[in-house]
Design a binder for this molecule. Structure first.
Ligand code: MG
Length: 414
């Protein structure tokens, strides 16, 4: 029975880019003191293979195409640690929220902090789960299309015993239908915010996770399949264990894949062109069924090429009226989703535009930021270059623009 519910969780992740209007915010809870890890530093700031647990958790959420923004709830004493842990560019990261005395209070304060961006849904995630695979995040997001709440969880595998006084076994507990809760736990934003505020108003402060608050408030929470990889860092042994696993994963468990893409669109009468998701005033437009963003089309094909998953024309046929005038970022986001669904990570992408005009240089920073945001990577992983063809050929004659692209993706070795 539960297995079929998990099946639903999978099924609804089938994605129609035309419907992707839902704004999903990630809220990472990092306000705990985490003394169990046995160090002076709270466990979320401990380093695993040169990177803090928190930074890894932020990256794990930010890399997911469905996640529009990431907010971290921190302890008031940790501002400096947080600044250290988040150095560099995270395009999706918002300023941190300050937590409270309990995990429950911290989540509530974090949810209240999200009011100003008013997301449709929120994914509440423990900072201590830095290895959550993108596929698990996308399953939770997918289930939120049909449920108010969704929880990543694993069926209990071990036999369970109930203890009697003196350390004797009182009973063997039937494990069928029992699941271990993980995070992220996703909810429609307004519903979980209201549940948290009502619980606080009634002085209820001992819920151990957000799904428990949702249950108390009578909200539907769907179980979706988590992952054994999504383990929690609780003790110093977990940190050592995570370092070991990561080192072996970095050497053995991933294989790099590259893909290339190429596209051409011709000029037609108009006043602007779309390139890398940016509208640039020009004395012509590019002709095409969608917005004719030749650069995003080449990038989309490069990503699809890297994972051997057909091409843009196969997934979004020009003959399909749904894609008439469509923003090409939908195509690129769909390719990123396909990478995430395979458990893959985008390392970098690189695009070269071939045209005499318009000039690309002034628009490069915005183009990098757009592509980085669509793909959920930092903008230093996005190359944008342009060249003329010295007046030669169709680009030289100003008849159209060509773009070539490549992408590097890491896929888990099956
Ligand atoms: Mg095209």
């Amino acid at each position: 029975m539960f297995a079929s519910q998990v099946g639903i969780g999978y099924a609804v992740t089938c994605w129609n880019p035309g419907e992707d209007k839902v704004k999903t915010a990630a809220l990472i809870v990092a306000a705990g003191r985490g003394s169990r890890a046995g160090a002076d530093t709270p466990k979320q700031y401990l380093e695993i293979a040169g990177k803090s647990v928190l930074r890894r958790s932020i990256e794990a959420m930010a890399v997911c195409p469905s996640v529009a923004s990431v907010t971290v709830v921190i302890h008031p004493d940790d501002a400096e640690r947080y600044a250290d842990a988040t150095q560099g560019t995270f395009t999706k990261l918002r300023r941190p929220a300050t937590g409270g005395a309990t995990r429950q209070a911290s989540v509530r304060l974090g949810l209240q902090e999200l009011r100003e961006i008013a997301p449709d849904s929120v994914l509440i995630h423990d900072a201590a789960r830095p290895f959550v695979p993108p596929a698990v995040v996308e399953r939770v997001v997918g289930a939120l299309r049909t449920h108010i709440g969704a929880l990543a969880a694993l069926p209990v595998q071990d036999t369970l015993k109930r203890e009697a006084p003196g350390g004797l076994i009182a009973a063997t507990v039937d494990r069928s239908g029992l699941w271990q809760a993980q995070t992220p736990q996703g909810f429609h934003y307004a519903s979980i915010l209201s549940a948290h505020e009502r619980a606080a108003a009634q002085g209820l402060d001992d819920f151990t996770d957000d799904a428990a608050i949702a249950e108390w408030a009578g909200l539907d929470v769907q179980l979706v399949l988590g992952s054994p990889e999504n383990r929690k860092i609780t003790t110093s042994d977990d940190v050592v264990d995570a370092c070991r696993r990561l080192e072996s994963t970095m050497g053995m468990g991933w294989e790099p894949r590259t893909g290339t893409g190429f596209d051409v669109h011709r000029f037609a009468p108009g006043d602007s062109v779309w390139l890398c998701g940016v509208r640039i005033p020009h004395h012509a437009r590019l002709e095409g069924h969608s917005d004719a963003d030749v650069a995003l089309h080449a990038l989309t094909d490069a990503l699809l090429g890297a994972i051997g998953d057909g091409d843009i024309g196969q997934h979004f046929p020009p003959s399909d009226p749904r894609w008439k005038g469509a923003a090409s970022r939908l195509f690129l986001a769909d390719a990123a989703r396909r990478v995430a669904e395979r458990g893959g990570r985008i390392v970098n992408v690189d695009v070269t535009l071939l045209c005499e005009a318009p000039r690309i240089g002034p628009h490069r920073p915005r183009m990098q930021a757009e592509v980085a945001e669509i793909l959920g990577i930092s903008s230093d992983r996005v190359g944008i270059k342009a060249t003329t063809t010295e007046g030669l050929g169709f680009t030289g004659r100003g008849e159209g623009i060509a773009a070539m692209a490549n992408a590097l993706v890491l896929l888990p070795i099956a």
